[in-house]
Structures are given as C-alpha cells and as structure tokens.
Design a protein around this ligand. Sequence first.
Ligand code: CA
Ligand code: CA
Ligand code: CA
Length: 242
Amino acid sequence: MKRFLFLIMAIVCATYCSRQVHNSENLAAALFTANPVVIDGSLNEQAWTDASRIYLKDNNTGQVVEDSSYSVYASVCYDKINLYIAFLCNDVDIFSSYTERDQHLWEEEAIEVFIDVDDEPNTYVEIELSPNNVLFDSYIVDPVNIDVEETAGFDLPGIETAVSVNGTVNKLNDQDSGWSAEIRIPFADLVKDFKFDDLKKAEWKINFYRLDRDHDGPSSYAWSPTFGRFHKPSVFGSLVFK
Ligand SMILES: [Ca+2]
Ligand SMILES: [Ca+2]
Ligand SMILES: [Ca+2]
C-alpha cells in the first residue's frame, strides 16, 4: 500500500512539475486584440499593455538578465488577419550599419523571431530586424546546413515593421536607453489556406532572440536558450492563441 501511495504521489508530482516548467518557460500565449495596432515602433497600444512580457535570458548561461540596462522582452498578440510581435530592448549603445533587406543582420545588433507553424521541426520562418528597421526574412529548410543566400530569397510579402529608438543609432559618445520594434505579419503569409478558427487549437513552435554588440563584446539573448547557435528547433518553445 505504501509503495502504491508513493507511486501515485510521484506521478502527481511529475505531472505538476512538468506542467510548471512548461507554463513558466516554454509556453507563450498570444492575446486576441479587437483594437488596432499601429506599426510605428511605439508600444503604446492597449494590446501591448494587456499582452504578456516574454523576457529573454542570457543565451550562453540560461540565466535571467540581471543588468536592467540590457533587459529585453517580446510580446505577441493577434487579430483576425495578422500576427503582431513586439520587442523592447534596453541598450546603452545602439548601432547598426545595414540598410538593405536580407543583409546579414546577425553580425551586428538585431532582434530575431523564429516561427514554425507546421509539424516539421526543420522548416520554419526566420525574421530579423535591426535598430534601423532593416528586415531579414528567410525560410529555413535545413537548420544544420543553411544556404543563407538561398533561404533569404524567401520574402514574407505582407510583413510590415517599424522601430522606435530611444537614443541615437551609431553615435558612440552618448548614452542610449533602448529601442522597440513592432512587426505585423498576415497569417496568410505564414499558413497556407489560413482559417482563423483553426488558431484556437494551434500550437506553434517559436523562439525569440536578441543580439547585442557593445564595446564589451557580443551578447546573445533567447527566450528558450540554445547555449550556442540559434538554429536549434528542438529547444523552441510553444505559442498558443488565447
Ligand atoms: Ca504601435
Ligand atoms: Ca548595443
Ligand atoms: Ca528575404
């Protein structure tokens, strides 16, 4: 009898513990919004006030970012047509030299989001945005061997992005506060034959990243840390639609 009770307790504990980990670290919820989101880089809409803040961690250590001058979070919401993603990156020095779509933004400062809408873990959309609102979008088909020129040839036709900078980009001798980004992607760009009613039962794989390249050297941040290169779909978290 004792052994039986112990077994029941172990099962309850295992279920509870795994759910706790899932909820706190690997599951993000997008909140439906009936109010318009203006893509201007300012996160002053009610939708962003209501949305959860998905804080990123140090991608090398997996630890919470203690230095608030570099903290970063993402948020997600949606309406009947679009998915909206916001980032707020604190940063004391913001820089970026890129000016053209699909340049190699990951070599400087950028935010990134990887979105996998189907059951094939090796295929997903990669979106990056620089503090100058330069976009990199690509469709990954082999995370281990990425042909950058080939995959970046993919464009999300309806994507719209904007950045708001609290500071000055590419000016080294002053102190910046940070930058925020807003991204709108029509669901039809992500899902073939998109049907709004299917979203409630969808669970997409997703990860949020940020690259910072200040004088102290490069830093990388992730919602679900990969402890190395970002293209590790096995550690992506999940996105559900509320
Ligand atoms: Ca806005
Ligand atoms: Ca920086
Ligand atoms: Ca592209």
